[in-house]
Design a binder for this molecule. Structure first.
Ligand code: HEM
Length: 192
């Protein structure tokens, strides 16, 4: 049996790159939550701004990720865009187009598109709580847990100290900025 001293000397396990990525981009995620906070508060009132922002940001993310290489992104994006287009058409929304100045690596784009689904599930529950009917298609997409798991596996294979890691962190921040930029155009407020 290991003594307490031996346990104390054991090296702490290195956090996986996914964990590092999440920590390093926490501020950007919190900023995204702040931009969409009015929607969480009053979903019906801010539905147009929300759907327009999601459509604009996801289209920009797709454009930014011009390099092929994310089968995960390819697996979910067509359905997501179809759902958003139909939701926008129902409400006569014409989402703005964003300028895409920087490329986003496919793995970072996949992380954002699939990771944000976790937030969408929280939003869907909020819509039910607030009795929003009908729930827009964007919130009713097929379960993507397996695709998210595939992204997480790929991220965990990245060496947190390796050359690719910094680039992926930067690209993820670039991607989050697209969501903030989109929300800035469609919501009539700015988080303080
Ligand atoms: C009101 C807005 C939002 C809410 C309430 C929200 C909420 C959440 C929640 C609850 C999770 C799961 C966290 C966990 O498992 O501990 C999550 C994860 C995530 N969200 Fe958001 N989110 C929002 C907006 C966004 C936006 C705009 C993006 C942009 C792409 C985004 C990207 C992500 C990503 C990438 C993850 C995965 C983080 C990780 O576990 O590595 N979220 N979000």
């Amino acid at each position: 049996m290991l003594s307490l001293t031996q346990i104390g000397r054991r090296p702490t396990p290195r956090p996986s790159f996914r964990h590092v990525l999440r920590t390093e981009t926490r501020a950007e995620h919190e900023a995204s939550e702040a931009w969409f906070a009015p929607f969480m508060e009053e979903p019906e009132r801010h539905m147009v701004a929300f759907l327009a922002a999601q459509r604009a940001a996801l289209a920009a993310l797709e454009l930014a990720c011009a390099r092929p290489g994310s089968p995960e992104l390819a697996a979910v994006m067509p359905d997501t865009m179809r759902a958003l287009d139909a939701d926008c058409a129902d409400r006569d929304i014409r989402p703005p187009a964003l300028m895409v100045a920087h490329e986003v690596a496919p793995l970072a784009a996949g992380y954002l598109a699939l990771g944000s689904r976790l937030g969408v599930e929280v939003m869907r529950r909020r819509l039910v709580e607030k009795d929003v009917r009908p729930v827009p298609r964007f919130f009713l997409q097929p379960d993507a847990t397996r695709t998210w798991a595939a992204i997480c596996t790929k991220l965990d294979a990245v060496d947190p100290d390796g050359a690719a890691a910094d680039g992926l962190i930067e690209d993820t921040k670039t991607g989050y900025a697209l969501f903030a930029q989109a929300a800035g155009l469609t919501f009539d407020w700015t988080p303080t």
